[in-house]
Design a protein around this ligand. Structure first.
Ligand code: SF4
Length: 578
């Protein structure tokens, strides 16, 4: 069974911007925080906003306090003025593309034009646009209603930004034929057009479509109509609980699209669930391999093996003799720390990694035991090797455990950061450093009590590789992280700058490994390990081109870079080492 996901599925620019502004407002301004009407037509997101203290204001009271956010649809100008007059701090999150339509109407209304708006009369965006038309605004929903209007000396025609493009095309043709003096403006948002045409193309090439989005969302309902017009079955769902297996079970190729108010993490959840459902006649090796992958990723077993493999490569690069105890310690330390991290981050995982969250919630006690036993065993093995390995690992364990602890007491007021995790971007940096220390620095220090020239590029390579992997996962989790208020590097820098930073880091790793071999600091193995940054950049680029969607496979392939490093080292040790 194959799954294709529309590139334009999910939040459009305007909705993304409005959600970000609402979340920022909840951090910046004192409560109460309201949105004027539901921020988007998505009950799951509204539930999350309510959890963050952002509620919905349905009318304008005479006196009010707090902050009110105007949503992406916009409002009539007098509504904004009335909110301010009532005493609210008003934040305008009207989408810039809607503002453009408002400005066209306002300008022409001032010049005596009638405004004809093609749209849904009850839609808030249309109500807002009408407010700019003065007393000569008219809403039509069809050619029939258009024909029923009087003839104007001067008129403009605009469309609600999410209107059906085919209907607007027929309106333009009608105006050209009957009233060529009417001015027609192309106001349908590009993202709506792309979403609709991509949905049509996708539906034509698959056996069944899943359309994800709120039941009340107009643009989602339009996507369902478009799918049905192609003759393919459409399953309109808000969450995974609405999946209709009768429609899907016999499909060999399923398409997924989503409305403009559907967050990425819901699309990701649906993808992950469909990816792992048993389908008729689906007996391929990929399907049989999937339960193993899910288990290995959810339990952190795969990442622990990866840490061991990375440690093996780093130890051989630095010519550490008998690396096995360090491989074991690295695997146990990473298993323990990642498991503890997952246990304390279950709230975020609910959105970003539902597989893992469900697994941890179902086996909480076992996972706590796993973290304690693996951490304790690592310390025991280190102690059996001598005082220095034990002290090093003990300090690293304490640092790992202190990440979530409140280090600044509540009695100290106005402290910006109370724990290390509050520092923006700290998670990515600390995870990378911890991996670098345990897999690259610890083996040489514990074995010889000193470092060599080879340690510098080796640690840089281990830290850089883990940094890219961690920041890449954070890019995939951006929306979920924003909702729970996490300050990751992609949230801090933005998606594109973070991707540029990852590319630069991979290039840096490539150069530093190459130069270290040329200058004789590292053995020839480092040339073979250049394959790892190349492999990781191919995985990232395949994801960017939508060949691999966020799901079990993407996670598995990304984590596999460490095993690749271990495998290259093994081959080199057997065949090329002198
Ligand atoms: S659909 Fe287009 S116009 Fe409407 S909110 Fe989204 S980006 Fe803005």
């Amino acid at each position: 069974m194959k799954i294709s996901v529309a590139k334009n599925a999910g939040f459009c620019m305007g909705v993304q911007r409005a959600v970000e502004m609402a979340l920022n407002a909840s951090h910046r301004y004192p409560p109460p925080i309201y949105t004027f009407g539901p921020l988007i037509h998505n009950p799951q997101v509204l539930g999350l906003l309510a959890e963050k203290g952002i509620s919905v204001l349905d009318g304008i009271p005479e006196k009010g306090s707090g902050t009110v956010l105007i949503r992406a649809h916009g409002v009539p100008p007098d509504t904004k003025a009335r909110l301010e007059k009532a005493g609210f701090n008003v934040i305008d999150a009207t989408c810039p593309r809607v503002i453009k339509v408002q400005a066209i109407i306002q300008k022409h209304a001032g010049e005596g034009y009638a405004s004809i708006i093609l749209g849904d009369r009850d839609h808030p965006e249309v109500a807002g646009l009408l407010g700019y038309a003065g007393d000569n605004g008219h809403v039509v929903g069809s050619i029939h209603e258009l024909e029923a209007l009087e003839t104007f000396d001067k008129a403009i025609i605009v469309a609600q930004t999410t209107q059906n493009t085919l209907l607007f095309d027929s309106v333009k043709a009608w105006a050209q034929k009957n009233h060529p003096h009417y001015k027609v403006f192309e106001t349908i948002c590009g993202s709506t057009e792309q979403r609709q045409s991509e949905t049509q193309r996708l539906a034509e090439g698959v056996d069944a479509m899943i359309v994800v989005g709120g039941r009340e969302s107009g643009n989602t309902k339009r996507l369902v109509e478009i799918v049905r017009e192609t003759g393919k079955p459409a399953c309109h769902i808000e969450t995974e609980n609405d999946l209709d297996m009768e429609i899907l079970k016999s499909a060999e190729h399923i398409g997924i699209t989503a409305g403009a108010s559907t967050p990425n993490w819901i699309i990701k959840r649906i993808y992950r669930i469909i990816e792992s459902l048993p389908f008729e006649g689906d007996e391929g090796w990929k399907r049989r391999f999937l339960p193993f992958q899910r288990f290995a990723l959810a339990t952190n077993a795969y990442i622990a093996v990866g840490a061991g493999a990375l440690c093996y490569a780093c130890a051989v690069l630095q010519e550490v003799r008998n690396p096995f105890p360090y491989i074991l310690i690295s695997a146990l330390y990473i298993l323990s720390m990642h498991t503890l991290n997952n246990l304390t981050g279950l709230k975020e995982a609910r959105y970003n990694n539902p597989d893992m969250a469900a697994f941890f919630e179902a086996h909480k006690v076992n996972m706590i035991l796993l973290a304690l036993v693996s951490g304790g065993t690592g310390l025991f093995v280190a102690a059996s090797m001598g005082i220095l390995p034990f002290v090093l690992l003990f300090i690293m364990t304490l640092l790992g455990l202190s990440y979530n602890l409140k280090l600044v007491p509540e009695s100290i007021q106005n402290a910006r950061f109370r724990s290390i995790r509050d520092i923006p971007g700290s998670k990515t940096v600390l995870i990378s450093l911890a991996w670098g220390v345990v897999t690259a620095l610890f083996p040489i220090l514990a074995a010889t009590g000193a470092i060599t020239w080879a340690t510098i590029p080796t640690v840089a390579w281990a830290v850089g590789t883990v940094f890219v992997r961690t920041a890449f996962f954070e890019i995939l989790d951006m929306q979920g992280d924003q909702i729970v208020g996490k300050n990751t590097i992609p949230i801090l820098l933005g998606k594109k700058p973070t991707l540029a930073l990852l590319r630069l880091t991979l290039l840096f790793l490539f150069v530093i490994m190459f130069l270290s071999v040329v200058s004789g600091i590292l053995p020839g193995l480092a040339l073979g390990l250049l394959l790892c940054p190349i492999y990781l950049s191919v995985v990232i680029s395949f994801h960017r081109r939508a060949y691999i969607r966020p799901g079990v496979w993407l996670e598995f392939l990304t984590e596999s870079q460490f095993l690749l490093a271990g495998l290259i080292t093994l081959i080199w040790s057997i065949g090329f080492r002198h």
